[in-house]
Design a protein around this ligand. Sequence first.
Ligand SMILES: [Zn+2]
Length: 489
Amino acid sequence: MNSGYDVIIGLEVHVELKTQSKLFCSCSASFGAEPNTHTCPVCLGMPGVLPVLNEEAVAYAVKAALALRCTVHPFSKFDRKQYFYPDLPKAYQISQYDQPLAEYGAVPIIVDGHVVKEVTVRRIHMEEDAGKLNHLGIRLGDAKGSLVDLNRAGVPLIEIVSEPDMRSADEARLYLTELRNVLSYLDISDLRMEEGSMRCDANVSLRPHDYVGSLEDLPRVEIKNVNSIRNVQRGIEYEVARQAELLARGERIVKETRGFDDQNGRTYSQRSKEEANDYRYFPEPDLPPLVLTQEAIERVARSLPPAPTVLREELQQAGVTAKEAEIIVGDRALWEYWREATTHYEDKRQVTNWILSDLSRLLNAHGDTWLTPRVTPAALADLLRLIANGTLSGRMAKEVLDRMYESGATAAQTVEAMGVSQITDHGAIQAVVQQVVADNPHVVQDYLNGKEKALGFLVGQVMKQTKGQAKPDMVNAILKGVIADYAKT
Ligand SMILES: [Zn+2]
């Protein structure tokens, strides 16, 4: 990068847990309802009410912590983080401060299917979400107003805090990609950055090579609430360039919180950064500490699905390349499709080829995802069987797949409707081959003179005349035989 400094990046990721109800009350935690319909005295912060901890949320949080290879503490506690904001009616947020649920895990950074680095997860804690402000520019007399929606107030969150281990915007992107990937297999969150069910704050600082202090003392800029992985990367890139320019001019970097404007790709100053002691944390008096037995933690551990790194290895053992495995495991729905297709059809190599080339192409062209493929894994397997038994050539099968994707019909129905099937009749192919040889004596002579490519041209002519339906390996064999006879004459 630049010779004068290192880029130091740490990420804080908030993940909304998709529990039935909120963290401390029985209101629905679902997204997208009419504003302020999922509220009650507890999440509205009325006086005299008491929070009750949601066990499902704890189970989800433990699941995430174990999947991220953290140590889950048998004893953790909740604390009040005091601050005023219009979307926070209690004027404090229940969070976990000095004794979080879990600590010291890791997220691998994967490049081309291989682990190239591990980023340490410093801590994972549970907390409640705040509400949401809608700045619609509503006019109240002469004043401008905003609306508050408290449906989100009290929805359970986990905050995943990394060590400042990342050294480039690219590493930050890869960390977030794998973090989301690991969590996607747990079914604990929608993980939609654009809807806010996964949110990322990025801490960025530059460490000059002659700097001798601790990382903590470096002036750090926090980029808040960026709404996509791509924008986290862009925000960091901008911020690194901005800070480098300040350093180059001999100016100081101010510790602050900045927003990211995705229209022009820039960060902008929001406020000076708070310190932990600004929040006046103290233990939440209305909740007992969170105590987890070893047995309860182990029960969750046993229920965990295999980690993506394990799935990638399994795929590679099945003959899938590292790069292909990264693509497949990187999308849980795609991995499930692959897994199901390979239970219907044994040749995993063939399944992988068709999924990653032709089926992916069709999905992209139609704007579909692997959650809603129009050709089921079983239907794809049927198609592959028609290739294996010689009914279809690979080229015909591509056309059949295109039609299947449009119509939703089975491979057999489509083949029948199209009236295509492979020509495997020896005599029929031989007749066409003889004609092609007779029509192209110069090309045949070229081949006999050692020009291998000439054979390809002749094969192409045969395929053209049979509308691609002649069985390719038969065409090759028969063509060579006919040419051999031709040479003798
Ligand atoms: Zn409520």
